[in-house]
Design a protein around this ligand. Structure first.
Ligand SMILES: CSC[C@@H](O)[C@@H](O)C(=O)COP(=O)(O)O
Ligand SMILES: [Zn+2]
Length: 216
């Protein structure tokens, strides 16, 4: 698939958005132990002619280097020759782009998203009941109740892809991997960031409320 017709400005915009998001999330401690990966799409989703810039695998995401990102096509293959390796979880990004047409996808590991995924694993989703920040996910319904889907985590990433396909829900811009982390997305980097922040607030809220309910 061709890549050169996508303008330099659009590619630079994607890289600059990734850099800003990475710096901010790093300042919050959201990339422990080199975990996490971020991507921003370039090109036309409707014409099935898109690529995305994604973090290179295994990098320390708390620092900036000239080798932090590369572009891949919608199948996750590098768009141009490079010695960099795309994120080990690139295929999950590919599937989320395919299913949602998102413009950006952000993945982080936090203690709250890990604990909550294990706590609600048997239910298959995290229930959220009327929390104001559901509006941050784009749901403006009064006292909305939502379920944030949880999928199993496997070391073999291609095995996770069909689980994402099966459980991703329209209207919920995120999915949790059990004892692993959250993927949040949006039409662009601004929206993906808002969604990720709303999810993380909600996870901490649900976690603390569960403890209170249990009198601990
Ligand atoms: C180093 S632990 C985290 C990884 O196993 C993985 O889940 C992750 O989020 C980062 O992988 P990466 O290949 O750097 O994108
Ligand atoms: Zn991960």
């Amino acid at each position: 698939m061709t890549f050169n017709h996508i303008s330099t400005e659009e590619k630079q915009r994607a890289l600059s958005e990734l850099r800003s998001a990475k710096e901010l999330f790093a300042s919050r401690g959201w990339f422990p132990g080199t975990s996490g990966n971020l991507s921003v799409r370039v090109g036309d989703f409707d014409a099935n002619d898109f690529h995305f810039a994604i973090t290179a695998s295994g990098k320390d995401k708390t620092v900036h280097t000239p080798e932090d990102y590369l572009f891949v096509d919608r199948e996750g293959k590098p768009s141009e020759p490079t010695k960099l390796k795309p994120s080990a979880e690139t295929l999950i990004h590919c599937e989320i782009y395919r299913l949602t047409g998102a413009g950006a996808i952000f993945h982080v590991h936090t203690v709250f998203n890990n604990v909550i995924s294990e706590h609600f694993w048997n239910r298959g989703s995290v229930p959220v009941d009327g929390v104001e920040l559901i509006k941050g996910l784009g749901n403006w319904e009064e006292e909305a109740q939502i379920e944030i889907p949880i999928v199993p985590n496997y070391a073999d990433i291609p095995r996770i892809v069909p689980e994402v396909t099966a459980k991703l829900q329209a209207g919920i811009p995120g999915i949790i991997l059990r004892k692993h982390g959250i993927y949040a997305w949006g039409a662009n980097a601004f929206e993906a960031k808002r969604h990720l922040e709303a999810f993380e607030f909600i996870f901490e809220y649900v976690y603390r409320l569960e403890l209170l309910k249990q009198g601990r």
